[in-house]
Ligand binder design. Structure first.
Ligand code: ADP
Length: 187
């Protein structure tokens, strides 16, 4: 089963994705984590992505689709993946659909974690005090939110035109949100 988690930065995709992966026994694939790891290791991918990420902008579709192709070819991804923050533009949605179709699969469930703007800003400010993410500074947060509104919000509509999208209230206790997600998945 392939599951896509969509939502603004700070919506809880990482936290919930990890829990879903454990419960469903599927690998979680986060382009954000993968890119941060590449930056930390100073690989060629990391060097290409570093400045863009720190500014709060989106890494190019070509780079992301290359990374997705590689990930989907890994043997552990054969039975499906939890996509966390992977699809952020329409071009990525189309690319991922083709790659899944090539192996006879589809995005089986799309879960949108809905969190209001003021709550998002509060969460990101809070995270800044706990993790030293360079893209959690105020200017980068603004750019990440605009990238989300301009490029990622349309992805939600793209999926809605093609099938059901579950809109999940992303506020409340972490366990409660997890239960909402599992219920939406019929688990
Ligand atoms: P957030 O949930 O705050 O957006 P992530 O950790 O998921 O944080 O991503 C951090 C950064 O990595 C993004 O701001 C962007 O620069 C880059 N990134 C991650 N995934 C993608 C993607 N699918 N397309 C483009 N850029 C991406």
């Amino acid at each position: 089963m392939n599951v896509l988690l969509l939502g603004p930065p700070g919506a809880g995709k990482g936290t919930q994705g990890m829990r879903l992966a454990k419960t469903l026994g599927l690998p979680k694939f986060s382009t954000g984590d993968l890119l941060r790891d590449a930056v930390a290791r100073g690989t060629s991918l990391g060097r290409q992505a570093k400045t863009v990420m720190e500014a709060g902008d989106l890494v190019s579709d070509a780079i992301i689709l290359g990374v997705v192709a590689e990930e989907l070819h890994a043997p552990y991804a054969a039975e499906g993946v939890i996509f966390d923050g992977v699809v952020r533009t329409i071009a990525q949605a189309e690319g991922v659909r083709e790659m899944l179709a090539d192996r006879g699969q589809a995005m089986d469930a799309v879960l949108f974690l809905d969190v209001a703007d003021d709550e998002i800003l509060a969460r990101l400010a809070q995270r800044r005090t706990q993790e030293a993410r360079p893209d959690d500074d105020p200017a980068a947060i603004q750019r990440r939110l605009s990238a989300y509104r301009e490029q990622t919000a349309p992805v939600l509509a793209w999926y809605e035109e093609r099938g059901p999208v579950h809109r999940i209230d992303g506020t409340g206790a972490v366990d409660e949100i997890q239960n909402r997600l599992l219920t939406a998945l019929g688990q």
